[in-house]
Design a protein around this ligand. Structure first.
Ligand code: VAH
Length: 320
């Protein structure tokens, strides 16, 4: 019986991944952990929860051993914009947390997942239809963390036989837990503001293409990869996955199909624009499709329809 420990369980991915994993494997089989405990959170209310600072390796090991887990999904990390503002904190948390999680997986013989990102590419990477295997010289601390993480996970597999697996996520769009400190978060904020104000001012400039994916597709990718036949995995720790390559005007046009009066303006944030400019315009996900059957179900229009419907319900509930 699968028993999974998830770090960063209250974050943008974790808050939805926990619920999906508990649906699939049973609530008691999924141990949610995060640095803070929010009693009101459905993640805390729906199954086992432990407070864990991932930079505390001993506690990570103790919790994994105490619960007898056979799988560790390590999500806790600082995202690109925050990491760029606090590079040393990002290095210590993102790399220290990852090493602690890998060590626990090694010592307890756990299967292991952690996400990389399109942030693992840099300005010298081919920008369009970026290949699975290509140059990776990122110019952000987040990117340095992600490339280092990919290599570290490969090392733990080759050296210690840990069943490590991972994907390079694009920007993830979701309506449950707001993202924090990312560069692609404009593509989430725009939906909230479209409903609340009928207008949005983007900090990412017009014509800035980035890969994006709706959260349900991201969650399916994690479960599919972790259940895939290991003998078929060539790339293992850093599969390019994506659903769409879009720029702010594309999102605005999709929103206007539901909110015709929606207006989009720009106040570009030079820091996050520079990060976005260093990333690909679009990536090639062929390896993930061939090696473990990756497939995205949501395109921009289907995502927009669902995001607006779900957010209207959520925001109405908040108004009460
Ligand atoms: C970020 N949402 O913006 C994350 C992600 C590809 C972007 O890694 O930092």
């Amino acid at each position: 019986m699968k028993k999974i420990l998830v770090t960063g369980a209250l974050g943008q991915i974790g808050s939805e991944l926990i619920m999906k994993l508990r649906d699939i494997y049973g609530a008691d089989q999924v141990i949610a952990t995060d640095i803070r405990k929010n009693e009101e959170d459905p993640v805390v209310q729906s199954g086992p929860f432990e407070v864990l600072d991932v930079t505390d390796g001993n506690r990570m090991f103790e919790l994994a051993k105490k619960h007898g887990v056979d799988t560790i999904m390590h999500l806790a990390a600082l995202l690109s914009a925050t990491a760029e503002a606090k590079p040393l904190l990002a290095w210590n948390l993102n790399m220290g947390g990852l090493v602690n999680a890998l060590e626990a997986a090694r010592e307890l013989n756990c299967q292991f997942f952690t996400p990389s990102s399109i942030g693992a590419f840099g300005p010298t990477t081919p920008k369009d239809n970026t290949p699975q295997d290509t140059i990776q010289r990122p110019t952000t601390m987040y990117g340095v963390n992600k490339v280092s993480g990919e290599l570290l996970c490969d090392y733990y597999h080759q050296k210690f036989g840990v069943d490590t697996r991972g994907v390079r996520f694009p920007g993830l769009i979701s309506y449950v837990a707001p993202p924090g400190g990312g560069t692609t978060d404009y593509a989430v904020d725009i939906y909230y503001k479209a409903i609340q104000h009928g207008a949005y001012t983007s900090y990412i400039g017009k014509g800035t293409y980035m890969d994006m994916m709706y959260m349900p597709d991201a969650l399916n990718a994690i479960v599919s990869l972790m259940e895939a036949d290991a003998s078929k995995l060539i790339h293992r720790n850093a599969f390019n996955v994506t659903a769409m390559s879009i720029e702010p005007e594309d999102v605005a046009a999709a929103i206007r199909k539901h909110i015709p009066e929606f207006t989009l303006s720009y106040e570009v944030d030079p820091v996050r624009q520079a990060i976005a400019d260093s990333w690909p315009n679009s990536i090639d996900a062929t390896a993930a499709m061939q090696e473990w059957g990756f497939k995205a179900e949501y395109d921009l229009d289907k995502m927009t329809e669902d995001m607006l419907a779900k957010l209207r319900g959520k925001l109405l509930q908040q108004v009460g």
